[in-house]
Design a protein around this ligand. Structure first.
Ligand code: DLZ
Length: 163
């Protein structure tokens, strides 16, 4: 994990553009909901903090991290959003499911990023155990949801300036 030395909620707010007028969809995996709902709350609060309107943030749910790609694609097809964030948590278990799910969602979201003219933001925790996930869902290493929201705001701004 690359985040042990970086607090996921620590950033310079002066380098974050205003989120006013930005429309985002947040797709949340229900698997490990104790973690993923905390990521969701972090992402929503960060958008609001930077000026987004509550009505411009849509939150919806899929059963597990593997379904995040399909959920994100469904929202992309509406063409109503400036960015789509996916939030999930895969905890290493005894089975090879971990590898399959992580590989599936990273490939899926990467493909969506090349297929649509909006950014898809990867807010998926992949950890060895539950404590590492809690540490990154509002615990001692911050909140991956905050990081995902800040990334989305910066990427929407970049797309607005370029495309
Ligand atoms: C099956 C499964 C397992 C073992 N572990 C996780 C996990 O740690 N995190 C997660 O989000 N989902 C997990 N899933 C469910 C899969 O993502 C998916 O929902 C099912 O395989 C059905 O496609």
């Amino acid at each position: 994990m690359a985040t042990a030395l970086k607090n996921l909620s620590a950033y310079d707010p002066s380098k974050v553009p205003s989120a006013k007028g930005m429309k985002v969809a947040i797709v949340v995996a229900e698997w490990n909901e104790e973690i993923t709902f905390a990521l969701r709350d972090g992402a929503v609060n960060t958008f609001l903090k930077h000026g987004a309107k509550e009505g411009d943030i849509v939150v919806d749910y899929v059963p597990g991290t593997f379904e995040l790609t399909a959920g994100a694609r469904a929202f992309a097809q509406t063409r109503e959003y400036n960015a789509i964030i996916v939030l999930g948590c895969v905890i290493q278990g005894e089975t090879r499911h971990f590898d399959f799910i992580c590989h599936g969602v990273t490939q899926g979201i990467t493909q969506l990023n090349t297929q649509y003219d909006i950014p898809f933001i990867f807010g998926v925790l992949t950890t060895d155990d539950k404590q590492q996930a809690l540490d990154r869902a509002g615990g001692k290493h911050g909140n991956k949801g905050d990081e995902a929201a800040v990334t989305a705001i910066k990427m929407i701004d970049l797309f607005k300036r370029t495309i």
